[in-house]
Structures are given as structure tokens and as C-alpha cells.
Design a protein around this ligand. Sequence first.
Ligand SMILES: Nc1nc2c(c(=O)[nH]1)N[C@H]1C(S)=C(S)[C@@H](COP(=O)(O)O)O[C@H]1N2
Ligand SMILES: [Mo]
Length: 544
Amino acid sequence: MTISSRISTNWRPALAGVLALGLGLGTAELVAGVLDRPAGSPVVAAAEWFIDVVPAWLADLAITWFGTADKLALGIGVAVVLALAGAGIGVLARHHRRAALGVAAVLVVVALLVVWSRRETSSLDLAPSLAAGVVALPALAWLAGLVERAAPGGAPGPDTSVSGPDSSGTGRSGNSGPGDAGAFRQQVRAPSRRAFVTGASATAALAALAAGAGRWMSADRIGVESARDDLGVDVDLPAADPPPDAELGISGSEPWRTPNEDFYRIDTAFSAPSIRPEEWRLRIHGMVEQELELGYDDLVGMGLVDRWTTLTCVSNEIGGGLVGNALWTGVPIADVLDRARPLPDADAVLSTSHDGWTCGTPLEALTDERGSLFAVGMNGEPLPVEHGFPVRMVVPGLYGYVSATKWVVDLEVSRFDQFDAYWTTRGWAERGPIKVSSRIDVPEDGARVGAGKVAVAGSAWAQQRGIEAVEVRVDAGPWIPARLGGVPNDDTWRQWVYEWDATAGEHELEVRAVTADGETQTGDEAPPAPDGATGWHRIAVTVE
Ligand SMILES: Nc1nc2c(c(=O)[nH]1)N[C@H]1C(S)=C(S)[C@@H](COP(=O)(O)O)O[C@H]1N2
Ligand SMILES: [Mo]
């Protein structure tokens, strides 16, 4: 037999399996979209289940390696695993069709279990996985039949000597003799091959169409995005111009105000929840005198305020980009809690998002003067869906994992000794005040620059305390103060620039910040886990 026929006997069954699985999953997306049960998508459920059960070190590593692209990485990973599974089933189906159908059926059961194990599932959420099975199993049987008819007959090699009982009675030619018979076989097989190609293409097209339509409906972009657009009219959001002296305008340095589309995104939601404002509810309960339930209009009706706040992720490495600054518009959380009247021995609030993520925040941080918000606006626009639309929490001074709940729907006033939140069960600290930090944006690490005046610039932050000074040193020499930009409050980062008189050679630049309450940023290096990285950002440059 020829190499090409050997390859074709191998790729067709694998492709058939991949396509049958793809058609099943595409159908599942379509059904999830039509029923408006996005959580019923087996792929989304599996990805989110994986995010929850993955060991903490691997989750941390994913954030370190992929940063805000961690979801894309997971999506690619899921696709590769599914493709391998489909290929395996397809290859199995070539000679053991019943066994392959059995494996596919087991996959359907697994999908049902994973979906069912997710929080707040209803029986309707099982429909997409069932539909996947109803479509994928017959598709697999059908495609396997086409594969068989398209395959060269004769002796395809040792791997086919174990023919399954169900492979009889097909279009296989009984003539396995040498010579001319082979050429004849090639001719009669041509239409069968074409049939396979046609069937496979049709399946692929259907799968893509179903998946695309389903995802589009699930994301409900039309509904939620237009709700988001409308809000720009109903809710009065400010023009978010940075204070005049905040932006130093050094080329290559990150802007003081982070544009929404450049703002880092970190969360455990594989696909961002789509919540229309009119269906959003916030429940406040637990250790309170008065339980509350608010709708979107109730909340916004309490009065909006604006506040510049720099958000920071605890996973941010020294010099990293998991930090951003925006003008947040929202309702003070303190005003809402005031109406619920927390009991005196409460010391914490457990907040929960629409997709079940939880976060524990000191009660004090939500009721004191710092101006923690239920934010509805970001930089003068309604919150982007990825950043928590329609309502998220923004708490100055605390890392996001203990404060910044997006898509927030539930606040339980409680005590720290009464609960464990999402990241604390995974080894991160119960409390997460943001540590003083500073970063060099330009020049880039490893850059080559010309001798003479070089602007060394970046940002520094110590939310709730403020930045008093930023210092730079060259080749471990003396610390030299940098020039600082202005800030509207202590909760935003501060830009800095140092005009360096660069001389030819290899140089090392370091930066450190000093807080307004007198703490000099430590040079002791610590990793992000369990409560935030420390150390000085250090870069190497070559001056020519
Ligand atoms: N619902 C929900 N909210 C969440 C998270 C999450 O996983 N789910 N992650 C938190 C973390 S770790 C951070 S750093 C901030 C990031 O907010 P951003 O994505 O708007 O930048 O959101 C916080 N809020
Ligand atoms: Mo984070």
C-alpha cells in the first residue's frame, strides 16, 4: 500500500471524530443560546470547572505566564483536548464503532455531570449537553460509514486486522488482490472519497454555524451592549479628563488614565456574565438589622459620585502590568450599608458575583471615609462587560481579589472567622492591603539608547497612603529623586520622570518609592503569593 493511502486511512477517521464532536458541541452552544442558558454550555462549564479545581500553583502560573491572556490560553487548551478526544473516538470508530459510540455517550454523561455540578443550575441547563449527544452520536456513526466507504480496501495494515462486527456489510470491496484490482479500487473509491469530503465539509460548516450563532446569542451582546449604550444617556457620567498635571506625557510611559480597552482584566469567568441592568438585583443580608434588596434604578437613585482609583492585582509581579487607573462613577457602598445597619460584632463582608466568585473585605474598608464604590461607570462610560457591567465594587487600597467584585449581586455582612473566600481557600492571604510599588516604563529593559539626556519614567502607587517621593539609582549608586506628576488623591498612581545623563556602556537602573506616611519601598524580593510582591524594579540598558 502507498504512503498516501496509509495516511488517508488514518486522517479520515480522526477527522470524522473531531467533526462529530464539533457538531455536537456546536449544537450545544446553539441550544444554550436559544434557551438563554449560557451556563448550560458544556464547554463553558468545563472551562470554569477546570478554573475552579486547578491547583492554586498552576492557576498562579497561568496568570504569571499568560497574564490577561490566560483565558485565551485556556480556550486553546480546551480546544486541543477536545480535538484529541474527538480524533481518538474517530479512530476507535473505524473498527470498533459501538465502543466509540459508547465512549461518546460517556462523554455526554460527563458533560451533564460537570454542568450539573456548577452552581445554580436548573434542569434546563442540561438540554445543551443532551442535544450534543443526540446530534453527535448519529453524526459519528454516519461519518464513520463514509470513512469506511472512502477507505482503500484490501490489507490496510496490521491495525485493521481486528475488524469490529459492525464493519461488515459496508461498501468494502472483497477483492484484496494485487495488481490491476488496486487501480480499479482507486477508481470506484473516488466518488466515495468525494462523498466523505462533502459530508465532512457539511458537518464542519454546520458545526461552525451552530456554535457561532449560539455563542452570539449567549453573549447576548446585542441586549447587554445596547443596555450599556442606553445608560450613557440615562445615567449622567462625567467627562473623565485627568487632572492637568497628572500626565507627564513621556513617550513610552503608560498613560496616567488607563483607557478602558487597555485596562488589565483578571477573573475566573471564562466568558463574562451578560446581565441587563433591569434584571440585576443586589441582596444585602447576614449580620444586619435590615436586609435589603436593590435593583439597578434603586441603586443609581441613591446618588452617584466620581473617584479616581488605581486598581491593582495581587498577582502583579514587580514591574508588571496588572494595574490600571480609572475614574470610577458609582454609589458609595457606605451609603448602602448604612441603610442595612451592620451589627456591631460584624468585621467583614463576603461579596459574591453573578457567576459565583466570592471575596472577603474588611467591613471597615466599605464603611470608612475612603469612598468605596458600587461602580457603574468607568472613565465616563458605563462599565465594560468584562469589567463588571452593570455593577462592580471598587475599594481604594485593597488588591482586587479581596475587594473588587465584578458583576456583584450579593453582600453578606459577616465575620472573617465565618467564611473562606475564593482565593483564600487557594492559599492567598485573608487580607490584602496594596503594597507600595513603583515601575519603570521607559526605557524598556534591555533597550539601547543614545548617550546624553534620557528620560527614565514610570509610575508609583501606595493607595490610601499616597506617594511622597520616587527615587532612581544608576548602577547601585546614590538614590536620586525623580520629578513627580500631580494626583487628585492618595488612591491613584503617580507618574514620575528622571532626566538621566546617560554615558556609554552597560547600565542598571532601579526605582523605589517613598509613601506619604514615611515608608520607603523595600528592596527585599518576595513573590506575589500570598499577599503581594515586593522588591525594586530593575532594568538593564545599553548606552551607545
Ligand atoms: N466576579 C469576579 N470579580 C473579580 C474577580 C473574579 O475573578 N470574579 N477577580 C478580582 C481580581 S483578582 C482583580 S485583580 C480584579 C480585576 O479587575 P479588572 O478585571 O476590572 O481589572 O477583579 C476582581 N474581581
Ligand atoms: Mo487580582
